[in-house]
Design a protein around this ligand. Structure first.
Ligand code: ADP
Ligand code: MG
Length: 692
C-alpha cells in the first residue's frame, strides 16, 4: 500500500486539479464562475464537463454514475445508472451528457416527504451542486446533488444548508463592508466524529445491535470507564490497523482526516478532520460515516454510530466546530491579541450570542433524535439546555462594555511548566469547559449537543440562519449610523445586556444549573417530542420565510417526518426487544431453571442440602415471572401505540408509555443476566462486546 499521502489524497475526486488538467480553459473558467457565484452552467459547458468527468471516471474503473443526495432519512441515497448507451448493431458506447450531470429524476415517493408528496406528483428532482466535487465510490461516479419535489419543495438536507450559507454570507459581508472590507464570507465547520468499534462476530449475534444499532438489554460489565484508562490510551493493534486503512480511504476521497484517538468509553474512538466549508464538511462527514462502516467490516469489526449503544457507558457525540471565514482568509471569530479593542470580533461574537439565545429551540431540535435523548442531560453530554461558554476573559470584556466600565486586561498569562527544558507558552484566551453545549474554543464555537449519527446539515442551517438574522439587524442599524464606532459599542452593549442570560461558564452537568437556567427563563426541552413540536412556532416560520430557507409547508413537513421517525424508531426497538426476550432470553432462563430444579431433586434424593440452588431458583423464578409480565405489558402497549393516529400524540405516547415499558422489561432481564450461568445466556454480554 502506498504511503505517498499527497499522491493518494483526492485520487478518487474530480477536484480542481483534475478539472484544470482536463477541461478546456474557458470551460474551467465557466465552472469556477458557476461555483463562486452559484449560477447555473450553460448546456454546452455542462456537456463538456460531463464528457470529461466520464472519461476520467472510466479511466479510474467506473462503469456507472449516480446522483448522490441526502434525503430526510438522514443518510445518503444513490441510484446507479451505467454509462452504457446502445448504438447500432448491438454495439454500445459509454455516454454521459450534460443533462444527466445536471438533473436527475428519482422517484420521490419512496423518500420521507412529510405530506408534501401526497398533494403533488411523486416525481422528484436531483440537481447538481458544483460546489461539492464529484467522486468515485463503488465503481460509480457520484455527483453530489440537491433533492426537491416536482413543484420545488425541498426534500433534502443539502438545499437548506446551501441557502443558509448564502444568507449568512450576505449578512456578514454587509457588516464587514461597514468595517471597510469588501469580501465574501463562508461558513467553516470541522466535525469531530465519535464511534464504537466492536467485533463483527459478537455484533452479529445480537439482534438488537443488528436491527436498532444499540443494545436494548445488557447488564453493566464489572469494569466500565471508571479507571479513565481508555481516553487517549494506547490503541490496540487491531484497531490501529482499522484506523490506518480508514485514514487512507478517507484521504482518497479528499477528506482531511487529521486526528485519531481512543475516547472515554471502552471500545470508543474519535476521528477529527481539518475544517472546511460547511457544505463540503457535511458531504465529507456523511461519507466518513459510510466509509467507517465499510472499512470496519473489512477488518472483521463493526462500527457503531448510534448515540448510545450501551447503557451505563458513555455514548457517542459529534462536536460541530463552527466559524465564519472571509475570502481573504480572515477567521471572523479570531479574537486577536487584544479582543477588548477588536470591535469587529466583538460584534460578530455578540451576534452569535444573540442568535443562540433567541433560537435555543431551533438549535435544540436540530439535534433531537430518539438516540440522542439517551445522552443529553445524562452527565456524559451537555444537558438539553442551551447555553454559551465564553470563558472569563471574553465574559469580562463584554460585561465591562455592558456596564460601561473600563476593562482591565489580565495580560497574556505565561504558563509555567516548572521544567526548564519545556519552553513557556502563553495561555489561551479561554480554558476548556467540556460540559458546555455551545463553547467558545479560542477562535470558533463548538456545538456539542450533536449525536454521533446526525447529519450535521440541520444544526448548521440553524446556526447560520440565526446568526444571519442577528447580523442583518446589526447591519440595518449600523448602515444608518452617523457615528460608526460609538454605535457599534452601543449595539454590543444593548444586545449583550438583552441576551447575556445565555452565557454560563460553570458546570452544565449540575442540578444547580438546571434550576438556575429555569430562573433565567432558558428552555429545557428534555425529549425529542418536546423539542420537535416547537419547529412550527410562528417565530420560527417567520425567521425561515424571511431568509427563504424553508416555507411554512416545508417546516411542517420536516416536523412531521422527524416526529414520525421518532415513533418508528421506538416501535422497532420495542418489537426487537419483544422478539429477543420472548424467543431468546426467557427460553434460556427457563432451560437454566429447569436444569437447576433437576439438580435440586437429585441432590435431595441423596439427602444433601440444595439450599443455594433452591434459593437461586426462587430468585430466578421471581424475576422471570416479572419479566414475563413486563413482556406482556410491553406487547400490549405497542399495540395501543399503533392506535394513536395523530403523529404528535403518537410521539408522546411512545415516549410516555412504550419507553418506560421497555425500561421495566430491561431491568428484570439485566437482573436475570447476573444470575443465569453464562453458558446458558443466549447473547454476547457487555463484557464480550466491549473488551475484545
Ligand atoms: P479539540 O476541540 O479536540 O481540542 P481542535 O481545537 O484541534 O480540537 O479542533 C477541533 C476541530 O475544530 C477540528 O476539526 C478543527 O479543524 C476544527 N476547527 C478549527 N478551527 C476552525 C474554524 N475556524 N472553523 C471551523 N472549525 C475549526
Ligand atoms: Mg472538541
Amino acid at each position: 500500500m502506498s504511503n505517498n499521502v499527497p499522491k493518494l489524497f483526492g485520487s478518487l475526486v474530480f477536484n480542481d486539479k483534475v478539472m484544470k488538467e482536463r477541461l478546456p480553459k474557458e470551460t474551467y473558467r465557466a465552472i469556477q464562475h458557476s461555483i463562486k457565484s452559484g449560477t447555473p452552467l450553460s448546456g454546452e459547458t455542462a456537456n463538456i464537463v460531463a464528457g470529461a468527468m466520464k472519461d476520467w471516471a472510466i479511466e479510474k474503473g467506473a462503469t456507472h454514475y449516480t446522483h448522490w443526495f441526502q434525503p430526510m432519512t438522514g443518510i445518503t441515497a444513490e441510484k446507479h445508472d451505467s454509462f452504457l448507451t446502445p448504438v447500432s448493431d448491438g454495439e454500445v458506447i459509454m455516454n454521459f451528457s450534460g443533462k444527466e450531470l445536471i438533473k436527475g429524476e428519482p422517484d420521490a415517493s419512496s423518500f420521507p416527504s412529510g405530506g408534501i408528496r401526497a398533494t403533488f406528483e411523486a416525481r422528484g428532482y436531483t440537481a447538481w451542486d458544483p460546489s461539492s466535487y464529484a467522486f468515485i465510490k463503488n465503481g460509480a461516479l457520484c455527483i453530489p446533488t440537491a433533492f426537491m419535489s416536482y413543484t420545488g419543495e425541498v426534500l433534502d438536507k443539502k438545499t437548506p444548508l446551501l441557502r443558509s450559507m448564502n444568507v449568512l454570507g450576505k449578512q456578514a459581508a454587509r457588516v464587514l463592508k461597514l468595517f471597510g472590507k469588501n469580501v465574501t464570507v463562508d461558513t467553516t465547520v470541522g466535525p469531530e466524529q465519535e464511534y464504537f468499534l466492536i467485533d463483527r462476530d459478537t455484533y452479529e449475534r445480537r439482534k438488537d445491535l443488528v436491527i436498532t444499532g444499540r443494545t436494548l438489554l445488557g447488564a453493566r460489565p464489572p469494569k466500565g470507564q471508571e479507571l479513565e484508562d481508555h481516553y487517549f490510551g494506547n490503541i490496540k493493534p487491531r484497531v490501529m490497523a482499522f484506523m490506518q486503512d480508514l485514514d487512507r480511504e478517507l484521504w482518497k476521497f479528499g477528506i482531511y482526516a487529521k486526528t485519531r484517538h481512543n475516547e472515554v468509553a471502552p471500545a470508543q474512538h474519535e476521528l477529527a478532520p481539518i475544517f472546511c466549508s460547511v457544505n463540503i464538511s457535511t458531504d465529507h462527514n456523511q461519507l466518513t460515516m459510510e466509509i467507517m462502516k465499510k472499512v470496519a467490516e473489512e477488518h472483521g469489526l463493526c462500527c457503531l454510530l448510534h448515540e448510545k449503544p450501551f447503557a451505563g457507558v458513555n455514548g457517542s457525540g459529534k462536536h460541530n466546530n463552527w466559524s465564519m471565514s472571509t475570502s481573504e482568509g480572515e477567521n471572523l471569530l479570531n479574537p486577536g491579541k487584544s479582543p477588548e479593542s477588536n470591535f469587529q470580533f466583538l460584534l460578530f461574537l455578540t451576534a452569535v450570542i444573540e442568535a443562540v439565545d433567541r433560537h435555543q429551540d431551533l438549535l435544540r431540535l436540530s439535534v433531537a433524535s430518539a438516540g440522542n435523548d439517551h445522552r443529553l442531560g445524562a452527565n456524559e453530554a451537555p444537558p438539553a439546555i442551551l447555553s454559551i461558554y465564553l470563558g472569563d476573559e471574553l465574559t469580562s470584556i463584554l460585561d465591562s462594555i455592558a456596564e460601561g466600565k473600563p476593562y482591565s486586561k489580565r495580560g497574556g498569562v505565561k504558563f509555567k511548566t516548572g521544567v526548564d527544558s519545556i519552553p513557556l507558552f502563553t495561555q489561551d484566551t479561554t480554558d476548556r469547559n467540556r460540559t458546555s453545549p455551545f463553547a467558545f474554543t479560542g477562535n470558533k464555537f463548538e456545538f456539542r449537543m450533536l449525536g454521533s449519527a446526525v447529519n450535521i446539515s440541520c444544526p448548521n442551517v440553524m446556526i447560520n440562519t440565526a446568526v444571519a438574522e442577528a447580523l442583518c439587524a446589526f447591519a440595518d442599524r449600523l448602515e444608518k449610523s452617523k457615528n460608526f464606532e460609538e454605535d457599534v459599542v452601543k449595539l454590543i452593549k444593548e444586545s449583550y445586556r438583552e441576551h447575556k442570560r445565555i452565557v454560563f461558564n460553570g458546570n452544565n452537568y449540575t442540578k444547580e444549573w438546571e434550576d438556575e437556567a429555569e430562573k433565567r427563563g432558558l428552555l429545557n426541552l428534555k425529549s425529542t417530542p418536546d423539542a420537535l413540536c416547537r419547529y412550527d412556532r410562528e417565530e420560527n416560520i417567520a425567521l425561515f420565510e424571511k431568509f427563504k430557507i424553508y416555507t411554512a409547508a416545508e417546516i411542517r413537513a420536516r416536523e412531521e417526518i422527524l416526529l414520525e421517525n421518532y415513533s418508528k424508531v421506538l416501535n422497532i426497538e420495542a418489537l426487537t426487544m419483544i422478539d429477543m426476550v420472548g424467543k431468546q432470553i426467557l427460553p434460556a432462563v427457563f432451560a437454566y431453571s429447569s436444569d437447576l430444579a433437576e439438580g435440586i431433586v437429585h441432590k435431595q434424593a441423596c439427602n444433601v442440602s440444595a439450599r443455594a440452588e433452591s434459593d437461586l431458583l426462587k430468585k430466578i423464578t421471581n424475576l422471570s415471572d416479572a419479566a414475563y409480565d413486563a413482556l406482556n405489558r410491553l406487547s400490549d402497549t405497542v399495540v395501543e401505540a399503533k392506535g394513536v393516529l395523530d403523529f404528535k400524540a403518537a410521539a408522546f405516547f411512545y415516549r410516555d408509555n412504550v419507553l418506560p415499558a421497555m425500561q421495566e422489561l430491561r431491568t428484570h432481564c439485566d437482573a436475570l443476566e447476573m444470575l443465569v450461568e453464562s453458558d446458558y445466556w443466549p447473547i454476547p454480554t457487555y463484557c464480550d462486546l466491549l473488551f475484545y
